[in-house]
Ligand binder design. Structure first.
Ligand code: F6R
Length: 260
C-alpha cells in the first residue's frame, strides 16, 4: 500500500489521471473500474480534458461501475448508470456498450448480481479500480459489517450514507435504501486499487482505512490487504494520518523509474 498526500484535490485528480493514462497507452485491452459520487469528478474532468486536448483515447477500453441504486425508475438522473454517462463516458470515445454497471431495476436482482460479477471475470478483471470512501468507511456501497470476501450483492445503505447522499435527492427519505454493489472480494481482485479522498470530512475515515485495523467495521481498510493499492489524498483528507511525515518522505524520494 502506498499513501500519497498531495496539496490539492486537483493534484489528486492529475496523478490518478496519470495512472489511467499509462494503462490506456500500454494495454491493448484495458479494463477500468469507475466510481460515482463527488470525489472522482475532478479526475473525470481531467480525463475528458486529456481526451479532447491531448488525444487520449478510450476506444479500446472497457469499464465497470462499482454500484447502483435499486428501484430508481428508468430515466432517473441519479441512477449511477446515468451519472457516469453524464459525468464521464458520454464525453469520451468509449463505446457505450463497453460500459457496464449492475442493473438496479432488474426483475431478478439476485440473478443480476451473479451475472454482473461474472461479466467482470469474463472481461479478465478490472485493471485499475477507482474508488472513493464514505464518511463511515464504506467503499463502493459496502457498509460497515460487510464481509471482507463478499462479491456483488444487494446491500442496505445505513442512515449516515443516505444522509450524505441526500444532496443528490430532494431529501434523505428519497435516497433508495437498497443498492447493488461489487463486494470487497470483487474489489480485492482488481489489479490496481486507487482510493481517492479529498476534503476534511474524509480525514477520519481515510485514517481508519489506512492506519486502523483491517476490519469489516471499516470496509475501506481492505486497501491494507490489496496487493497493489495506492491511496491518494489531498491535505485536508490526510490531516488525521499518524504517519504523514513518513508518507511524504517516501513520495519525495520515490525512484524515478518506479511507476505507481
Ligand atoms: C460511489 C461509491 C461510493 C462513494 C462514496 C463517497 O460509486 O462507490 O462508495 O465513493 O460514497 O462519495 P463521495 O465521493 O460523493 O463523497
Amino acid at each position: 500500500m502506498e499513501v500519497i498526500v498531495l496539496p490539492t484535490a486537483a493534484d489528486v485528480a492529475r496523478l490518478a489521471a496519470d495512472v489511467i493514462e499509462r494503462l490506456l497507452t500500454t494495454s491493448p485491452d484495458p479494463v477500468l473500474g469507475l466510481a460515482t459520487g463527488s470525489t472522482p469528478e475532478p479526475l473525470y474532468q481531467e480525463l475528458i480534458r486529456r481526451h479532447r486536448e491531448e488525444g487520449l483515447s478510450f476506444a479500446h477500453a472497457r469499464a465497470f461501475t462499482l454500484d447502483e441504486y435499486v428501484g430508481l425508475p428508468a430515466g432517473h438522473p441519479e441512477r449511477y448508470a446515468a451519472v457516469i454517462r453524464r459525468g464521464l463516458t458520454d464525453h469520451l470515445d468509449l463505446k457505450p456498450e463497453a460500459v457496464q454497471g449492475p442493473d438496479g431495476s432488474s426483475a431478478d436482482l439476485l440473478g443480476e448480481c451473479t451475472r454482473y460479477e461474472q461479466s467482470i471475470v469474463d472481461a479478465g478483471g478490472v485493471d485499475v479500480q477507482i474508488t472513493g470512501i464514505g464518511s463511515d468507511g464504506h467503499i463502493a456501497f459496502n457498509e460497515p459489517g460487510s464481509s471482507l470476501a463478499s462479491i456483488t450483492r444487494l446491500k442496505t445503505l445505513n442512515a449516515l450514507t443516505r444522509a450524505d447522499n441526500s444532496r443528490f435527492f430532494s431529501s434523505a427519505a428519497d435516497v433508495p435504501r437498497h443498492v447493488l454493489t461489487q463486494g470487497l472480494g470483487t474489489i480485492l481482485r482488481s489489479g490496481h486499487l486507487l482510493l481517492l479522498a479529498t476534503g476534511g470530512s474524509k480525514a477520519d475515515a481515510a485514517a481508519r482505512a489506512v492506519e486502523g485495523p483491517l476490519t469489516a467495521s471499516c470496509p475501506a481498510s481492505i486497501v491494507q490487504l490489496h496487493p497493489h493499492a495506492t491511496v491518494l489524498l489531498d491535505q485536508a483528507a490526510g490531516a488525521a494520518l499518524e504517519h504523514g511525515e513518513y508518507y511524504a518522505e517516501v513520495w519525495a524520494n520515490r525512484p524515478v523509474w518506479q511507476p505507481l
